[in-house]
Design a protein around this ligand. Sequence first.
Ligand SMILES: Nc1ncnc2c1ncn2[C@@H]1O[C@H](COP(=O)(O)OP(=O)(O)OP(=O)(O)O)[C@@H](O)[C@H]1O
Length: 456
Amino acid sequence: MGEATAWGRVQDDLRNSMSKAKFQSWIASLEYAGVSDGVVSFDVPTAFIGNYVEQHFGDMIVYSFNRNGQEVSRLRFGVNADRQANPSEAQPVKAATAKTSTADFGHDSDPLGLPLDPQMTFDNFVVGKPNELAHAAARRVAEGGPVTFNPLFLYSGVGLGKTHLMHAIANEIRQRQPELNVLYLSAERFMYRFITALRERKMMEFKHLLRSVDVLLVDDVQFMGGKDSTQEEFFHTFNALVDARKQVILSGDRAPGEIKNMEDRMRSRLQCGLVIDLHPTDYELRLGVLQSKVAQQQDIYPDLKVAPGVLEFLAQRITTNVRVLEGALVRLFAHASLVGLDIDMDQTIDCLADILRANDRKVTVEEIQRKVSDYYHIRLSDMLGPKRVRSFARPRQVAMYLSKTMTSRSLPDIGRRFGKRDHTTVMHGVRKIEDLAQTDSQIADDLENLRRALEE
Ligand SMILES: Nc1ncnc2c1ncn2[C@@H]1O[C@H](COP(=O)(O)OP(=O)(O)OP(=O)(O)O)[C@@H](O)[C@H]1O
């Protein structure tokens, strides 16, 4: 089968596994540019479309190419600014930017701001302990009213929701106060447009555009570290806006004081408002995110079901960040829809083996055994020994269950570590606890407490 034919079939697969609107919005704007060395290339009208497709449909596309006989392991997107976005594809983005007046500005083909992701709203943001403060501050800013903290500086490690909150603020303000000029861009984009303005001798226009903004959001400001003239220009923009009591919202991958090669005056400017970090996720937040993303996936694949326990398993095992968690779920749904199966535990472990391995915490079976015996106040030797009375057997099964779900050990391996028991005994124990966790709240609480203690 020729490559182009393979792409035709991939498109058919994709068409069949997502809504017409999604297909039109995203897939129809990809221009297939060929496959080479396992990399399939597409031209896209904007980097945002490429990023979005990669994040949301990348796995599905790779999987479908392979299924259709074309070996592919990666996608590559080249931005071809001459290409107009597919008119219907541009809708969600246009809708979000339509209300801005001069801020998206002048050059229609290359606006100063970046498009907003209409999915990144407060409604779609799951709040938990690790991000509640950042969420509350973001909401306060988005609700308008007097500017109380300026700038708002949000920071966190990768994939924990900074960009989502920035988009949510901008989306919300555009909805509540359509008359305001809201500009969202990344620090890189700022630098690129600044350099272009210098080269094209359009600095006056550039400055004027920036100073006419009512709300400025700049993502990933750490990229300005070491870029002295960009910092200088940004510093002036920033001061002009703050002096005019216009809201500025910034994000970075670390606290302002820790950004390398940032001028002192810039640093202190960044720190003079409210600085808040989003903490790494905890189990509840991860589970909440998964539940909310499942609902979104089920809009695309209304017929797919997720077996009980799968989300809890993922929340427990994938601890890196929300982006990885989201990617895992997208992959699971894509895979399940293409092979026509529901999402159960076996399929999950099979389909996400690489992600699960990468996320393996280094909890050992021995550590689990020790914690569980302490927790139930029994001797380790009784837990591992042959006695079958419930006061030993139940903790033993709990420890087996935790060993299965928190480590990558196989059932036979776990059996060996539990007094040379057979793997079927372990399997029985694991199933027993899985069932009890659904009906017995005491066991569910015990599991939660133990997991927490082991994760520390
Ligand atoms: N609390 C949350 N609720 C729902 N979705 C979330 C949450 N946190 C993050 N996400 C999703 O996870 C993905 C990564 O989040 P985002 O891009 O905002 O992270 P980031 O902190 O900006 O990462 P980076 O440092 O890489 O830019 C996005 O798709 C976002 O929608």
